[in-house]
Write a protein that binds this ligand. Structure first.
Ligand SMILES: C[S@@+](CC[C@H](N)C(=O)[O-])C[C@H]1O[C@@H](n2cnc3c(N)ncnc32)[C@H](O)[C@@H]1O
Length: 215
């Protein structure tokens, strides 16, 4: 899978940037983190860094954004972006999100990553130990029949990137997104959930401290 993401890093970067605001999922996830200026936020499976501008805006110049990804080519793209924009409070670390190279942070974000883990429950539970605020967004067939059919076709077309080769893509996505949600429910004081893109993307936020009113 790492080889797949390395080969597709350039295309993925283009696609993710072109669709970054579609459905409002990325902005919704960053809002759900409930970040304060000065916070440190870690993004696991950060890819080419599409969420980083919104994360930087939320933590401000005194905060820190740390992107972790296992694929070198993705990090090259993320570092290129940071260099071009002159970001100083952003750092990218090559590492495995299932064995985090980070011990503590204020918040953790993972978008379109947890469905790639064989045991999302264990991984997301570990993330809850290292931050009070954890937000996870992933594909799941929670929409209308046509929306789910479109998701199934999209996952099959990109089987290697979705880790659903030769499998029932919807069942796999459903099971892994449900496991990630259950980990947040079991390890947080509060859990909120939002659906995007006609129900095909589920974003869950777990908080172990009170969330500011209006969040
Ligand atoms: C579908 S992309 C999502 C990228 C980004 N989060 C986004 O929303 O655009 C999945 C990313 O997860 C990374 N990844 C997969 N397994 C990983 C792991 N065990 N640890 C860290 N990163 C991983 C891949 O290299 C890839 O960059």
């Amino acid at each position: 899978m790492q080889r797949g993401y390395a080969a597709w890093a350039r295309v993925y970067d283009w696609f993710a940037r072109a669709t970054a605001s579609v459905g409002g999922v990325r902005a919704g996830c960053v809002r759900a983190l409930d970040l304060d200026p000065g916070d440190t936020v870690v993004e696991f499976g950060c890819g080419p860094g599409v969420n980083v501008p919104a994360l930087r805006a939320a933590v401000g110049p005194t905060g820190r954004v740390v992107g972790v990804d296992i694929t070198g080519a993705m990090l090259d793209r993320a570092r290129g972006l940071a260099g071009r924009r002159g970001w100083e409070n952003v750092e990218f670390v090559r590492g495995d999100a299932t064995d985090p190279p980070i011990r503590s942070a204020d918040a953790v974000l993972a978008t379109f990553v947890t469905s790639l883990f064989p045991d999302p429950y264990a991984v997301v539970s570990d993330w809850c130990d290292l931050a009070d605020s954890v937000v996870v967004a992933a594909f799941a067939p929670r929409g209308s029949r046509p929306a789910n059919a479109a998701l199934s076709a999209f996952a099959r077309l990109n089987g290697r990137l979705f880790d659903v080769d030769g499998d029932d893509p919807l069942a796999r996505l459903d099971a892994r997104t449900t496991a990630a949600r259950r980990a947040l429910a079991d390890n947080s004081e509060t859990l909120t959930e939002a659906r995007y893109l006609r129900g095909t993307i589920t974003a869950c936020a777990g908080h172990s401290r009170p969330v500011a009113p209006g969040e």
